[in-house]
Structures are given as structure tokens and as C-alpha cells.
Ligand binder design. Structure first.
Ligand SMILES: [Zn+2]
Ligand SMILES: [Zn+2]
Length: 442
């Protein structure tokens, strides 16, 4: 993980509602940060000091900073859409303290030199920690494996051909054998290209009504079953990315019950939206895997609740207007998601009482453990990684623009409740909402 350096300022979040579901903390406290670490959770109103910045946080929630195991930073190659600086700024604006960047850049991240160059760039440009995945196969061509051990030595946080599945079972099996030497989780975009064909949305009643080619749910779930079986057979460790279908939740549940070392993630958009949105033919609702039916959404929620799905990842996928402002069938697949993740989940799942706030916060942090990255904690002694949120704040997504260089958000124009006001990452302030002033104690 790499991050731009800088000394941590001493500050106090005064009278914040501290909620750390993993540490089991829920109380109103002064969060005292000294030299980049959480020094103390003091009685509210008790903390003060010379030259300490004090943030009046009464009524605000302090969560352990979020971790996104799945973002596309588009560098190298498509800096017109995103780069490390804008992408990590967008992440910080969403309360994320660390992200994992996918390797399907142009060119892809397939060599030790590629990983080293990106880590060096992140030291300069990133406002939060960034881990870089490397591809499973050279150039994502699906045939020849990369040098996984060498990539790990260069600092690759894991492996993924995301954007594409590892089509060949033989190739994935070999990767799982090499994983024993290299370590590093293999993250999988599960899709059978033969079943997806030329599909542009979920195959179901809406695609039939619109006359659009569909991507069936089994395109995803059959590959999950195959790869979970391979992982079990080779005693490998795989992570299933962006689950979208009921059948996929069932496949992961069965794999876990069978003892396979499988973890899974789900995006905020698959948890909150369905293929009904596609009736608008707005390309902001086009992504892969596609938004599916309401029964799929309900199965994802249940999977997240019961732990079948371990974590939330945004699959933040910036695209230029050129790629999106075209007819639905021609538009690129993918949506941004970092800046709206928490607010969308809070608005659509927590406020109606569907899922607990603590569960959402826990799942927004759980990706770190899965990839052996440092996880955020509000326990005293921990490095300060904090998302400070106003759960009452209402805002319209996109009304003030985005920190991301791209604007293809599927929540744009939506009224959301719950907003990240400030993010402290690796002990320093990585983001502060423009309207949120910070005072300095006398
Ligand atoms: Zn993918
Ligand atoms: Zn992706």
C-alpha cells in the first residue's frame, strides 16, 4: 500500500457518536488524535490542548474508515477518465481510507515494473492508501500466467483479470497452484462469455419488453460454481467480485458450506437498484454484471446480512462522456460509485430498516482483512482512519459535481440522506466537505 507522506495533525473530534462494530464500541466520545494515531476515546467535552484542532462533532458519527477492494483508477492509459489523484480524492470523499485498484488499465498491470511504477506514482499522488492488483494472465489474454511470485515481491496486493473472466479452467487451476508459492488472493470477475454473448442488460422481463439482448444470471453463477470447485480442489483462495444474482449468492453459500476458501463482495448499486431502471434507456444504468431483478436484489441483501457476502466494494468504473452519451446498446459498461456508496446504502437500506447501520459499516470495512491489508479501527492505539458522517444531511448526488474526473454515477440526481463530512486516512485529513468548517482551539 502506498500513500503520499505527511505528518498527522493533532486533532479532536469533539462529542462524536463513535460506532466501531468490529471493536464493539458505540458511545459519544471525544476522539483524540495524536501524531496520526487515536490516542484516546475521552468523555465528551473533556479533551482540549494547545495547538490542537477541534472539530465540533456533536450529532455526527465517527466510523472506522471504509475500505474498497474494487476500484478502477484508469491509470495508466485513460487519465482522461481518472487517475490516482482524482480517484483517491473521490474515495476519500466517500469515507474510504484505502482502496484496491484493478489491473485492467492500458496497458494492463502484468509485470513487476508496472506494479513498481504505480506504487511510486501513488507515493506522490494518492491522498489515501492504494493497493495495486496485478493481472492473473499476461495482458489479460487468458492464456499465459503472469509471474505471480515476482509480482508479489514487487508489492502486488493480489491478482485479477477483472473486466474479463479467467475463461479457461485449466489456466485458473494453474494460477491456484502458483498461488501456493506467491500468496495473494485471486479476485474473479465471474462471467461465462458464451452465455453473456452480446447481452447489454439482465435477461428477464424487462429485457424482453425492451427487446434488448440479455445477460442471464447463470452466466455468473455457473462460473462461480466452477471456480469455487477449482479453489477447493487446489486449496486455493479466491474472492468473487460484484455478485449480482440470486443464483450466485446460492453458489457462494454452497461453496463456503463445502469448505472452499471463497469470499465475496457486492456493490451498492446491485443492493439498491434493479433492471427496472433500464426502462429509461439511460446508459448510467449500464454496467457489468448488470442490475438484475428485485428477487436478486433481495437475495444479495440477505447474503450480506447472513455473511455469505463478506464485504461491499463499489466497482467504481469511471467512463468518459464519449463512451456513455451514446445509445444504450453501444454505451460502455460501468458506473462510478465511491462518492455515493455510503449515502446510497444509508438511504436505501438503513433508513427503511432493512439492514443495521453497524452491519453496513462493518461490511464497508471488511475488504481489508480479506486482502491482508491493515483494517481500520477506532480502538485507542490504532492509526487514525476515520469517516466522519452526518446521518441527517440531505443532498442531491452530483449537485456540486464530483471529485472523480468522470460523472457516470447511477445515483446522479437522487436525493440521498447521510453524508461524509471528513475523512482521516493514515493519520491525516484526506478530505473535508467544503461546507464543513474546522475550528482551532484557543
Ligand atoms: Zn468486473
Ligand atoms: Zn471492476
Amino acid at each position: 500500500m502506498s500513500v503520499r507522506g505527511g505528518a498527522g495533525a493533532d486533532l479532536v473530534l469533539r462529542s462524536a457518536t463513535v460506532l466501531d462494530p468490529v471493536a464493539g464500541v458505540e458511545a459519544v466520545r471525544d476522539v483524540v488524535i495524536h501524531e496520526g494515531s487515536i490516542a484516546e476515546l475521552a468523555e465528551p467535552g473533556s479533551a482540549s490542548g494547545e495547538r490542537v484542532e477541534v472539530v465540533e462533532a456533536e450529532g455526527l458519527h465517527a466510523f472506522p474508515g471504509f475500505f474498497d477492494p474494487h476500484v478502477h483508477l484508469r491509470t495508466p492509459g485513460r487519465e482522461d477518465e481518472e487517475d490516482i489523484e482524482t480517484g483517491t480524492r473521490a474515495a476519500a470523499a466517500g469515507g474510504f481510507c484505502a482502496v484496491l485498484a484493478m489491473a485492467n488499465t492500458e496497458p494492463s498491470v502484468s509485470t513487476a515494473a508496472d506494479v513498481a511504477a504505480l506504487r511510486e506514482r501513488a507515493e506522490r499522488d494518492a491522498s489515501i492508501r492504494v493497493g495495486f492488483l496485478a493481472t492473473v494472465t499476461r495482458g489479460m489474454a487468458g492464456e499465459e500466467l503472469t509471474d505471480m511470485a515476482e509480482l508479489r515481491d514487487a508489492g502486488a496486493a493480489g491478482f485479477s483479470d477483472d473486466g474479463l473472466p479467467v475463461r479457461s479452467a485449466r489456466v485458473l487451476r494453474r494460477a491456484l497452484q502458483y498461488q501456493r508459492l506467491s500468496g495473494g488472493v485471486i479476485a474473479l470477475h465471474e462471467e461465462d462469455p458464451d452465455l453473456s454473448g452480446a447481452g447489454v442488460m439482465h435477461e428477464g422481463a424487462v429485457s424482453a419488453a425492451l427487446g434488448l439482448a440479455g445477460i442471464p444470471s447463470v452466466s455468473e453463477s455457473t462460473m462461480i460454481a466452477r471456480d469455487a470447485a477449482l479453489a477447493g480442489y487446489e486449496e486455493g483462495r479466491v474472492h468473487v467480485q460484484h455478485l449480482s444474482a440470486r443464483e450466485s449468492v446460492e453458489a457462494v453459500r454452497a461453496a463456503k458450506a463445502g469448505g472452499a476458501r471463497v469470499s465475496a463482495e457486492v456493490t451498492p448499486h446491485h443492493l439498491t437498484l434493479t433492471d427496472e431502471m433500464v426502462r429509461s434507456l439511460d446508459s448510467r444504468f449500464k454496467m457489468n454484471p448488470p442490475l438484475r431483478a428485485e428477487e436478486d436484489r433481495q437475495a444479495l441483501i440477505e447474503g450480506l446480512r447472513d455473511g455469505t457476502i463478506d464485504c461491499i466494494g463499489t466497482d467504481h468504473a469511471p467512463h468518459s462522456d464519449d463512451e456513455k452519451e451514446v445509445p444504450f446498446e453501444e454505451a460502455a459498461m460501468g458506473v462510478t460509485g465511491l462518492e455515493t456508496a455510503f449515502a446510497a446504502l444509508h438511504t436505501e437500506l438503513v433508513l427503511p430498516g432493512t439492514l443495521d447501520l453497524g452491519l453496513i459499516v462493518a461490511r464497508l470495512g471488511a475488504g481489508a482483512n480479506l486482502f491482508d491489508q491493515p483494517s481500520a479501527s477506532l480502538s485507542p492505539g490504532s492509526e487514525a482512519n476515520i469517516a466522519l458522517c452526518d446521518l441527517a444531511a440531505e443532498w442531491t448526488a452530483g449537485e456540486d459535481g464530483y471529485e472523480s474526473r468522470s460523472s457516470n454515477s447511477c445515483f446522479a440526481g437522487r436525493r440521498l440522506q447521510g453524508r461524509v463530512l471528513m475523512t482521516i486516512a493514515a493519520g491525516r485529513v484526506a478530505f473535508r466537505q467544503r461546507s464543513f468548517a474546522m475550528g482551532v482551539a484557543a
